[in-house]
Design a protein around this ligand. Sequence first.
Ligand code: PGA
Length: 261
Amino acid sequence: MKKLVVANWKMNPQTEAEALALVSSWEHNLKQEQKHCDVVVCPPAIFLPAVSKHLKAVKLGAQNMSWTDNGSLTGEISDIQLKEFGVEYVILGHSERRLNLGETDSVVNAKLVEALKHHIIPILCLGGEAGAIENEMKTLVTKQFVQCTKGLSEHDLAKVVYVYEPIWAISTMKNSRPATGEHARDLIEHVYMLLEHRMPAKAARAVKVLYGGTVNKDNVHEYAKYPEICGALVGAASLDAENFWQVVAEFSRESVHHLNT
Ligand code: PGA
């Protein structure tokens, strides 16, 4: 399966010039990796129009969207507006939005349904909730998966990109530590099992499930070596062109390796 690496810039960088400098360095590198690894960049919404003009091979994603396509919703951005700038993906259910902005599973569910209605691919984060602890992640992931995908058809479920991103592994959390590759693989298998309850195994195995949480050039091999881990959601390391590029290159390399073994 072709790998996918998603850059989540969060509320960075501070200026449009910095955002453009970052993506132009990527475009050059991507030409070599494109065959085995897709790359999506999710800049702050304010930079989407400028960044979209500079992208050729890298795809564009948003970090959030409204659960409805119109209405009096101060400060919100609709999926129709996002599509205007070529947005193809949207991150939903990120733990920072759950923690700091009170997003619940039912809000995430409404956004997921809305994104699919307008053909934007949701990148659904699973594993982020206050108080989550390592040995209870399967219970949390199951709960979030069931609630967030409520009412989705088998066909729609298969269009979503899933990310196992334990909150305690996000680099900016206090006392954070990245998950081990083995733990990430185990939870990703768990997501596949949840998918297999809702669709035939063959269809479930064609869906992408990524890992997120402090992925960078120094630890990427720990995740990329497992064929079940289809890529990564990268925060801090995606703001450093060289660091990010090594993450993409490693997934690309491992993808070729898995094809040949
Ligand atoms: P991190 O962020 O790579 O800095 O841990 C990942 C994320 O929050 O999506």
